[in-house]
Design a protein around this ligand. Sequence first.
Ligand SMILES: Nc1ncnc2c1ncn2[C@@H]1O[C@H](COP(=O)(O)OP(=O)(O)OP(=O)(O)O)[C@@H](O)[C@H]1O
Length: 248
Amino acid sequence: MIEVRDLQVRYAGRLVADVPELDVGAGECVAIVGESGSGKSTTLLSLLGLTTDAEISGQIMVCGVDVLTASPRRLRAIRGARVALVMQSPQAALSPATRLGVLMRRALKLHGVGENRRLDEIMTEAVEAVMLDREILRRYPHEISGGQAQRFAIALAIALGAEVILADEPTSALDVTVQAEVVGVLRRLRQERGLALLLVSHDLALVSTIADRVLVMRDGAVVESGPAERVLSEPSHPYTRELLEALP
Ligand SMILES: Nc1ncnc2c1ncn2[C@@H]1O[C@H](COP(=O)(O)OP(=O)(O)OP(=O)(O)O)[C@@H](O)[C@H]1O
């Protein structure tokens, strides 16, 4: 679903992300870890051509689309519908005076999902898949918690039929119990729907519970990558060991 080769992203000539290889297949979860400023978000955003003012080179294939050469129309067709981005504070992206149900219905119509009579069913199913009560569709964004907003963002992705979820620190604003819930939802979606998941996180404890493979980034470079179990139990790079030692 995602194939990246020799990706280099520069801002004003400064190399901020250098990723030789990154692959995520259907049903797989890959995590990019590293401290703040290491280039994780830049890498994630570049996969949808969402970096502004960046010079990008290399090859990025997402759902069969060559992101760096695709027309804006081709890119719009994968953004949102096939590839969903779940950010740290989804509440900020929700229009404050619009009920969540109205918002979801609009997004579905915009992407041509379902016929009118089936929309309610699709919406309810998606919301219930992330263990939210369907009643949430009547609420306004300020009436829901951070954890519910995260799960709503995932529900929106499911309703749109996303095949890939790009998640940037998807649980960092949440307390531990809610974090576990969101991770549980993502794990189930991988298994049940073959969803490909690329996760950016500085939380190694979280990553160890969900990722198949891990890329460790530092100052824009990938210093280590491999199966999550190996990287997290026998790190070969001193920086990865430092990150692990910093765990509470
Ligand atoms: N739009 C931009 N213009 C210029 N520099 C940027 C821009 N976006 C990010 N950078 C720089 O690129 C580097 C990598 O940032 P990035 O946000 O990718 O790191 P990160 O690992 O995701 O960090 P965090 O965990 O804090 O989000 C940083 O030095 C940042 O200042």
